[in-house]
Ligand binder design. Structure first.
Ligand code: UCC
Length: 572
């Protein structure tokens, strides 16, 4: 009864206060009697808990510093490997970019996360238009990507073999702030690589598309898609591809098919696979029936190239990316590979996009660790800043070790790729790229899932709150184990590389590892080196002995090889 009286009195008082233009909020249901009396007396009401609705304490938002300057692993790697003059040339650009990815680019990325793409299928008069609407921040990412040379740097080759490492360093810094614009950039880079590879077979493509893909001018810069996946799935491309290609009199083809996952539908061009229909209407089954095609998504008049956006995909994450199902109904396309060499033809794009995937994985891990580390210096619990708790420090340290190892692995691939790009890679280095690409893709994808999840936990409940921007990192990390090949498909790709080279990829890896380990010259290092050496030797012995079991063992084999390579990467 007394309680009821108090509540009632509160409402009466609030009404009175409002009438007197005194701002009183519905702070609590039961109001302090003393305050009510003060208010009734007509004095200015300053309650002792004036901000009762929200309280006066706020957790400190974790700060992002310059993401290049704070990254000791990246800086040390670049300084150790690049000639001093190259490092000095690129350092200022990396510093400015390290600042941007923590400031304006980061803010744009967060906007992409909330202002999601849409499709308008029809205009007001019923005409099918399939207008894709992306947010201003996404469009700005397009321009920034061009201006920052995120594709261009690798192909301008102003720093010869080091250009690729320079470009990939920027991709790594960019990915966790990019609002997933890193996805079209990966495809665009892969497309540029395909065109370079087909320069003598299809010379017109260089003028037609390459110059746009590597442009630094936003108005000239084109992005590319990669349409491989169809309804039957994205792994078994050889049997799942139903799209047909019908030769036209002018030498072009018309494509008829249904592409199930066009990653970023706003691309200007794409590479895709299709089966050529012969004069009798027959096609060849399997890989040997697939050819690689180039197409532009719009006609000269701006209309879609007989492409219908059936729907945008409702994905677990990467919602920022306008991924769609596309119906190709007479889409004009041009054959790029020899007939039946489509999978081999697109494999250079797969290599590039898988390396980008690994860079994104490492970037995501680095980002969450940097945020969690800063937060640990701000947040107090049980009377201390949480960085002062050994258990929390142990958690952060374990994450840091994972990120450093993954960073070294991916930077090493970028370094090797730069040598391959510029035609100076040795045969052994080419073998290493072939093996390390699927290893890095599959291993860092899985690492990203666990490290980012651990990182989210470092923020407690705040890590679970959407508008902190933190949950998005976890959601978006899940695509990294799926896109461009699942963990198992990539593990089988490792076996494919071993079989195709008759084991030479493994010999190349062993030589590289042992060469690095031989530099260990003191007690602790020597004992680590011996352990890594034992691990690689036992993996090789296992492969020789159990060839019949390798398919089942493929995943463990790939994980162990990755760990060995990461282990040796700590030896400079
Ligand atoms: O479906 C997907 C979308 C999911 C989610 C989308 C979210 C979108 C938002 C994204 C935002 C970021 S992703 C899945 C995409 N699909 C893939 O990545 C393909 C996965 N499957 C594979 O990688 C397979 O292993 C295949 C397709 C490569 C297997 O094809 P085949 O035809 O059975 O393979 P073969 O016969 O072994 O190889 C054919 C040729 C050979 O060349 P030659 O004839 O000269 O010996 C191989 O050596 O291709 C060559 N080859 C390669 N070369 C095959 N793989 C490679 C490779 N990795 N590197 C170099």
């Amino acid at each position: 009864m007394k309680k009821f009286y108090l509540i009632k009195k509160t409402f009466v008082t609030l009404a009175l206060c409002n009438r007197n233009s005194i701002r009183v909020r519905f702070a609590s249901t039961v109001t302090n009697k003393h305050n009510i009396e003060e208010c009734q007396s007509g004095e200015q009401f300053v309650p002792p808990f004036a901000r009762a609705k929200i309280g006066s304490f706020f957790q400190t938002r974790p700060k992002l510093g310059n993401q290049f300057e704070e990254d000791q692993t990246l800086k040390t790697y670049l300084k150790r490997h690049m000639p001093t003059s190259v490092y000095q040339d690129i350092e200022a650009d990396l510093k400015q970019f390290g600042r941007r990815v923590a400031t304006d680019i980061y803010d744009l990325g967060l906007q992409c996360d909330v202002d999601l793409p849409k499709v308008e299928h029809f205009d007001a008069w019923g005409q099918r238009i399939d207008r894709l609407i992306t947010c201003p921040a996404w469009k700005k990412m397009h321009d920034i990507s061009a201006e920052e040379g995120l594709v261009a740097i690798a192909y301008e080759r102003n720093h010869a073999e080091w250009s690729r490492l320079y470009q990939m360093s920027k991709i790594y810094l960019y990915a966790p702030s990019a609002g997933l614009y890193s996805c079209p950039i990966a495809m665009t880079d892969g497309a540029a690589k395909i065109i370079e590879g087909f320069a003598s077979a299809v010379p017109w493509l260089k003028d037609r598309a390459f110059t746009h893909l590597v442009s630094r001018h936003p108005s000239d810069f084109w992005t590319s898609g990669q349409w491989m996946t169809e309804r039957r799935g994205g792994s078994d491309v050889a049997n799942g591809t139903e799209t047909l290609a019908v030769l036209q009199k002018d030498g072009s083809y018309k494509l008829f098919g249904y592409k199930w996952f066009s990653s970023a539908t706003d691309a200007d061009i794409t590479f895709t696979l299709a089966r050529i229909v012969d004069d009798r209407g027959h096609t060849t089954k399997g890989t040997k029936g697939l050819s690689l095609f180039y197409l532009e998504t719009r006609k000269e008049n701006g209309e879609l190239n007989n492409i219908y956006i059936q729907k945008l995909k409702n994905k677990l994450g990467t919602k920022q990316v306008p991924t769609a199902e596309l119906l190709l109904d007479g889409t004009v396309a041009y054959k790029v590979s020899e007939e039946g060499r489509g999978v081999a033809g697109i494999s250079s794009m797969l290599t590039i996009s898988r390396i980008h995937n690994a860079m994104s994985a490492v970037g995501a891990m680095r980002r969450i660790v940097n945020l969690a580390r800063d937060y640990s210096t701000q947040r107090t619990a049980f009377g201390n800043v949480i960085k002062d708790y050994p258990l929390h420090m142990q958690t952060l340290a374990r994450m840091e070790v994972e990120v450093r190892g993954a960073t070294l692995l991916t930077l090493e691939i970028a370094r090797l790729l730069g040598r391959e790009d510029t035609g100076i890679a040795t045969e052994e280095e080419k073998l290493l790229i072939r093996l390390l690409t699927p290893l890095a893709k599959l291993y860092t994808g899985k690492q990203a899932m666990s490290v980012v999840s651990e990182g989210v936990e470092c923020f407690g409940g705040q890590g679970y709150i959407e508008d902190t921007g933190i949950p998005g990192l976890l959601r978006d990390a899940q695509v990294l184990t799926i896109w461009e090949g699942t963990t198992n498909v990539l593990s089988l790709d490792v076996l494919r590389a071993v079989a195709k080279t008759k084991g030479q990829v493994l010999a190349a890896l062993k030589n590289d590892v042992q060469q690095k380990l031989s530099k260990a010259d003191n007690g602790d290092l020597l004992s680590c080196a011996n352990k890594i050496n034992e691990a690689i030797m036992s993996l090789l012995t296992f492969t020789m002995k159990h060839q019949d079991k390798m398919e089942t063992a493929a995943r463990d084999f790939a994980f162990n090889l990755s760990q060995v390579y990461i282990g040796k990467s700590f030896f400079f």
